[in-house]
Write a protein that binds this ligand. Structure first.
Ligand SMILES: Nc1ncnc2c1ncn2[C@@H]1O[C@H](COP(=O)(O)OP(=O)(O)OP(=O)(O)O)[C@@H](O)[C@H]1O
Length: 449
């Protein structure tokens, strides 16, 4: 039941309103102070407020003061001001002070119910919109509302226009590339390319040509002159992921590029001027690598003009729900599924799960659940939180029951993992497609097969 605060000093009216608005969990207050305490304690989304409160029952000064204070501590609350039937002036003063609506006595049950219900639904829509705006995280794509992510977003926005070389530190899957891209999007380079290259995933021998490009005939197989990633990022941003894996032999060349803003293609003699902003990332201890002489000190200082730490997901619980909601919307659009939200049990399972630092586990779970669910809501089972299965599964000693339930879970899991592809799911389960269909029918699984 929704909490509704009724502020009125007249016990008779309190009673009448409470009775009329019996669909709500009503909290009563008779004066400004009690009303404010109730707002803090119960956080009602809707309040009815009589303007004639003690000690100024005959006028509206106390009611208007209460309105102002309520909106200061809870600005999104919908306050419906209740006035005497000839008190339009104060009603309008209350509206211009931020009240949502006004209602003139006498109380009519039908009418007040319509007004209050509409206030709750406007409050819910506005809340949803606020959440969506937070999910959109911003124009720069870093989702999250934890303090550390807010700080990261703020730093990204500050450094983006400066051209300073940032070093992003964080475990795998914590959002280093997302952050590098945010630096790009928040800069005036955003209309030019953002190019990411993972120094660890490209063999040492290829990395140089990949970055700097090559001239025709530079080596066997160099049939035509080819631009490297640096040139391709002209005007934009180059993200060098796993910079700690940059071979020592290439580090001097990279440093020259960073200092001189010019490059030479492999086999080339000509200096090519480039205008590229560089963002680097690593999860290695570069300072230790400098001490061990596996990373050049001059390069280290050049790439780490500013360092941004990206905290692992396990240290920012507040972001888990908002990221889940973001992924749900994202994959619902990508896979054209009419999935709108998480069920209550899904939300509590997400909240209580121990997430690792890497965001990908959360992302994959939400992705497969969006594909998996048959309704508009993702449930805990869709997310693969099997402990939310029917309790009889844990308790049953009947082997047939145990086997059937295990089979039905395995089918749902395979279906999720294969992203709804029945042939793949059948392969994973080691059965034929017709067998899979008959098992789905047998267990009455809600799968869009
Ligand atoms: N703050 C965030 N907002 C939205 N999506 C995020 C965020 N952080 C991470 N992700 C998502 O999580 C996944 C991993 O993020 P990303 O690739 O940026 O991490 P990474 O630290 O660069 O990983 P790796 O070290 O493995 O390269 C991506 O799919 C990304 O979209």
């Amino acid at each position: 039941m929704e909490k509704l605060l009724i502020v009125d000093d007249d016990k008779g009216i309190q009673k009448q309103l409470k009775w009329s608005l019996s669909d709500y969990d009503v909290v009563l207050a008779g004066d400004r102070e009690t009303a404010l305490a109730a707002v803090r304690r119960h956080e009602p989304k809707v309040i009815t407020l009589d303007l004639g409160l003690p000690p100024d029952e005959a006028n509206a000064s106390e009611g208007l003061a209460a309105l102002q204070e309520i909106l200061t501590i809870a600005p999104h609350t919908k306050v419906i001001v209740i006035t005497g039937n000839d008190d339009r002036t104060n009603a309008l003063a209350a509206i211009s002070a931020g009240a949502y609506d006004f209602y003139q006595k006498p109380i009519e049950t039908d009418v007040i119910n319509v007004i209050v219900a509409r206030a709750f639904s406007v409050a819910a829509i506005e809340e949803e919109n606020r959440k969506m705006r937070a999910v959109a995280g911003s124009d720069i794509g870093i989702i999250g509302n934890s303090e550390s992510i807010e700080r990261l977003r703020m730093m990204v926005k500050r450094i983006a226009p400066t051209g300073i070389t940032a070093l992003l530190l964080g475990e795998s899957g914590t959002g280093k590339e997302v952050t590098a891209n945010a630096v790009h999007l928040a800069s005036d380079r955003k209309k030019k390319p953002f190019i990411a290259i993972n120094c660890a995933s490209i063999p040492e021998t290829l990395l140089e040509s990949e970055l700097f490009g090559f001239e025709k005939g530079a080596f066997t197989g160099a049939h035509r002159t080819t631009k490297g990633k640096i040139e391709c990022a002209e005007g934009g941003t180059l993200f060098l992921d796993e910079i700690g894996d940059m071979p020592y032999s290439l580090q001097a060349k990279l440093l020259r590029f960073l200092q001189e803003k010019s490059i030479e293609r492999l086999g080339g003699r000509q200096e090519i001027l480039v205008d590229v902003r560089v963002v680097c990332a690593t999860n290695q201890n570069l300072e230790q690598m400098v001490a061990d002489k596996t990373f050049r000190e001059d390069l280290f200082y050049r790439v780490s003009e500013i360092t941004l730490n990206i905290p692992p997901l396990r240290d920012r619980d507040e972001d888990v729900i908002i990221l889940s909601q973001y992924f749900l919307q994202h994959y619902a659009i990508e896979y054209k599924r009419n999935v709108k939200s998480f069920s209550e049990d899904a939300l509590s399972a997400i909240k209580s799960h121990k997430w690792p630092g890497n965001i990908r586990e959360l992302q994959n779970k939400v992705k497969s659940s969006v594909i998996m669910t048959t309704g508009t809501q993702v449930t805990a089972i869709d997310l693969g939180f099997l402990e939310h299965q029917d309790k009889s599964f844990e308790l049953s000693l009947n082997l047939r029951v145990v086997r059937e339930q295990a089979e039905s879970i395995a089918i749902q899991k395979a279906y999720a993992l294969s992203e709804g592809n029945m042939s793949k799911a059948a392969d994973l389960l080691g059965v034929t497609r017709p067998t899979l269909y008959s098992l789905i029918e047998k267990y009455e699984l809600k799968i869009n097969a």
